[in-house]
Ligand binder design. Structure first.
Ligand code: FE
Length: 334
């Protein structure tokens, strides 16, 4: 709809006071994960938060909307999707002492283009019946021939696995990472398929003994009476990279370049990095708060302590293309 400019200005001057107290979010995350946060923030500040669920094509949509985009903030998961939005040139740098104090440096962009809000570890699901405690302790262990025909995982070109392969490259270099990936492939019980939950089901069904997956899926399955028995068949094991920690990825946020409500958007970003929001956000999806010292949910705490890998996520983001190439080179999925 086109409108004469002076009329638009007149309407704006009438409507602006109301508009000034809102923010608009494009969220790649399920609406039910965001709602509890939005409600708490609005109750506390009086700022309305409108959430549009954007399942696919977030970067494309923001590019197409350009300066006229109503979006102030993007919420998404995985460093891959965050960097996609940043690389599309539709975000702006945010500098905030509050966020810098709350979010560890390895979990945010040094330029302030994106910030982690929660972490999830990519770990091993192990059959309680067929895998003894301590039998698998490192990612490097996964290529041991003793696992031949016993490992399940989703596609090697899936974002979560690409990030893990990128971490292997960061730790061991490309040549060794290739050998690792070939070794992992040689140990697979079946062709990579499905999502992380399907690997848990496969362990429960006896198709494989260990699988690679994200922590929170176990929480989701435990909450679903139909899937709970499968989740109960596995134990969460936090493998580490030799001499370092467990691979983590993030859910995160970025401010859009257009951000019509910049000040309120910054308030929301800072609020999300603080204790109360960190606790709600992490708990809703069984993830880990990024802010040190914030309590985990009982279920997440029951999985035990682990050491996060020390690699900055920016390194993993940079190595993603090389990781994807490796997965294709070794024909991981065939
Ligand atoms: Fe997921």
């Amino acid at each position: 709809m086109k409108m004469n400019l002076s009329l638009a200005a007149a309407l704006c001057s009438v409507a602006m006071p109301a508009l000034a107290d809102e923010i608009n979010i494009y969220s790649h995350r399920q609406p039910e994960l965001i709602q509890p946060l939005v409600d708490a923030f609005t109750a506390e500040t009086g700022i309305d938060v409108n959430v549009a669920f954007v399942d696919k094509g977030m970067a494309e949509r923001l590019v197409a909307e350009g300066d006229r985009s109503p979006a102030d903030l993007v919420l998404t998961v995985d460093i891959a999707r965050l960097t996609q939005v940043v690389d599309a040139g539709v975000t702006q740098a945010v500098s905030s002492d509050v966020i810098a104090a709350n979010v560890p440096a390895t979990l945010r962009d040094p330029e302030g283009q994106w910030f982690g809000l929660t972490t999830r570890a990519r770990i091993v699901y192990a059959s309680k019946e067929r895998v003894a405690e301590g039998e698998v302790t490192t990612y490097e262990d996964l290529v041991d021939p003793k696992w031949k025909g016993r490992i399940c995982t989703r596609s090697g070109t899936n974002d979560y696995n690409v990030a893990l392969i990128a971490a292997v490259i960061a730790h061991h270099g490309e040549a060794e990472a290739k050998t690792w990936l070939e070794g992992l492939k040689a140990n697979l019980a079946r062709k990579p398929s499905g999502g992380d939950r399907d690997q848990v089901k496969a362990i429960a069904a006896g198709e494989c003994d260990i699988a690679i997956g994200n922590t929170y899926y176990i929480g989701q399955m435990m909450a679903d009476p139909e899937q709970r028995p499968d989740a109960e068949a596995v134990r969460i094991v936090f493998p580490v990279f030799e001499g370092d920690g467990s691979h983590v990825n993030i859910s995160g946020m970025a401010m859009t370049k257009a951000a019509p409500n910049r000040d309120n958007a910054l308030k929301f970003m800072e609020w999300l990095s603080q204790d109360e929001a960190q606790k709600i956000y992490a708990e809703t999806n069984n993830e880990y708060p990024v802010k040190p010292g914030v309590a985990r949910s009982d279920l997440v705490a029951s999985w035990g302590e682990f050491t996060q890998d020390s690699l900055p996520l920016t390194d993993i983001a940079k190595l993603r293309p090389a990781a994807l190439k490796l997965a294709e080179e070794v024909n991981f999925d065939s």
